[in-house]
Design a protein around this ligand. Structure first.
Ligand code: ZN
Length: 510
């Protein structure tokens, strides 16, 4: 493959730091040497993390977003990377950094996002962009402590994006600096791509990838986002589910009717909708729509074995979530490998103080679909529409006209417009680079690595696959209870320390 020439700035930096060619150190040895650096620099790491977390980062806050991008660029430059901002019109900048290693055969791209979810400060125990350190989670009564070492690794730093997704930035910078300090040279070309619009749905990601495809070429993308396994064991994830959804509205009379004068005669949309929904999915989660599972890609023997080998969390989760009996008898890891039809909300009439003795003229359900590999939004919308039609409904794409109301006994409007659906993604377990990464991480984790074919949640990873034809793996580093997207988002310090070692091992082991 193409190895671009080393930049003058980088050559100078390497000369100054006196890096020698790496004698092949295994991942455990690399981790130990990097740990020595980390233990001597914990205060600096916490201070840096706090400074980065102090910059507000909601995607629509363009001024602060740019400050984040520039601040992150400085951090990566200080770790010996060449940095530039990738711009396309009307989009937040993506930060691109690279560090090319002479003679390296492979290029690894690390994906991180630097924007965060909007906040509601009233829900937070402290200001979302004023980082604080606590001894534990807020729910567990963690008390605030000064941001001064020595640090207990169970302490957590609280701020928006502490877990999702600024921790990898500090960990990666730390890993590069620790490797330099230890005289260990990365064995791969490293590239970093920082999305500034992930929490806004990455609306411009395809354009950015297409515009800058050459710079973004790599042999593997590692998505460093999302929570780790609930068991706190290291985890490598091979894919994500896709996402799609619709609002489904059924209609009765053209105005609310007195339930005494018209009940038993006029159609009741709440009942019509309930029957329609029950025809789509049973109480075990099985979707009853003909053709819904037609395109589902099955699991390979290795993928199924990995699911079977992962620690069982069901009993703990039942306790934590107050559930006596899950919908299915399958363990959760198995259940989330199937496509899902979820009822997100339902709306019609009123209850409690808002209830009236009336027949409401319409009823709407919001339905969310989770797709698995080989299903497409187009295929699922087609089978769902066919199913609704088979239940005797005439399908509408807008509000019914008076003529339609008197012509068709059953009317259903399917509105897919708010969803922006996208397909799932799953990298094969037997991809040579995936095998290497998993073997390396498993060695680092002393044989305890959890391999997960597909996480339950959704990310638009398929865009990287489609535009760049590059395999993607997901390497999460945040504690599972980091409250991502919610109030009191946090990162457990041990997760930051572990991430530094993980990145250092990956950069010197492929
Ligand atoms: Zn994220």
């Amino acid at each position: 493959m193409r190895v671009p020439p080393r930049s003058a700035a980088l050559a100078c930096l390497l000369a100054v730091s006196g890096m020698a060619a790496t004698a092949a150190a295994g991942p455990v040895e690399v981790a130990e040497r990097v740990r020595d650096w980390r233990m001597a620099h914990e205060q600096q790491l916490v201070d840096r993390f706090a400074a980065l977390l102090s910059i507000p980062n909601v995607a629509r806050d363009r001024a602060h977003i740019r400050r984040n991008a520039e601040h992150i660029g400085d951090l990566l430059e200080a770790a010996g990377m060449e940095v530039r901002l990738l711009e396309v019109a009307d989009a937040n900048p993506a930060v691109f950094a690279q560090r090319l290693v002479p003679g390296a055969a492979r290029t690894v791209m690390i994906y991180i996002h630097y924007d965060g979810q909007p906040v509601n400060p009233a829900d937070w125990a402290s200001e979302p962009w004023t980082p604080v350190l606590r001894t534990d989670s807020v729910e567990n009564g963690g008390r605030e402590v000064p941001m001064q070492g020595p640090f207990d690794p169970e302490w957590r730093i609280f701020a928006r994006s502490a877990g999702d997704d600024k921790a990898p930035i500090i960990a990666l910078q730390g890993a590069l600096q620790a490797l330099a300090w230890a005289g260990l040279e990365p064995t791969v070309n490293l590239k970093v791509f920082l999305d500034g619009e992930e929490e806004a749905g990455s609306p411009n990601l395809r354009r950015v990838l297409e515009t800058h495809a050459e710079a973004l070429a790599a042999d593997l993308w590692l998505f460093c986002d999302g929570p780790m396994h609930q068991s706190r064991r290291p985890q490598l994830v091979y894919g994500v589910r896709g996402s799609y959804g619709l609002n489904l509205t059924v209609y009765g009379a053209n105005r609310p009717l007195h339930s005494g004068h018209y009940g038993n005669w006029a159609p009741n949309p709440i009942l019509l909708l309930s029957e329609l929904l029950l025809s789509m999915r049973d109480s075990s989660g099985q979707v009853l729509i003909e053709g819904f599972y037609d395109q589902v890609r099955g699991l390979s023997a290795a993928e199924q074995a990995a699911v079977d080998a992962s620690p069982r969390m069901d009993d703990l989760l039942k306790l934590e979530l107050g559930i006596a009996q899950p919908e299915t008898g399958d363990r959760i890891e198995q259940a989330i490998l199937r496509p899902g039809l979820n009822l997100r909300g339902i709306s019609s009439g009123g209850v409690g103080a808002a209830s009236r003795n009336a027949i409401h003229p319409h009823a709407t359900a919001s339905i969310g679909l989770r797709l698995v590999p080989d299903q497409t939004p187009a295929q699922l919308s087609a089978v769902l529409e066919r199913h609704v039609r088979a239940q005797g409904f005439h399908i509408l794409s807008a509000e019914p006209t008076p003529a339609e109301r008197v012509r068709y006994p059953r009317l259903a409007r399917l509105d897919w417009s708010g969803s922006g659906g996208y397909p799932a993604y799953r990298a094969p377990f037997d991809h040579p680079l995936a095998r290497q990464v998993s073997a390396l991480l498993n060695e680092l984790a002393d044989g305890t690595l959890i391999q997960t074919p597909t996480m339950g949640g959704s990310l638009p990873i398929y865009i990287v696959d489609e535009v760049l034809a590059t395999p993607v793996l997901i390497l999460p580093v945040a504690n599972h209870d980091n409250n991502q997207h919610g109030a009191n988002e946090n990162l457990r310090l041990q997760n930051l320390w572990d991430a530094i070692e993980t990145y250092a091992a990956v950069l010197t082991g492929l």
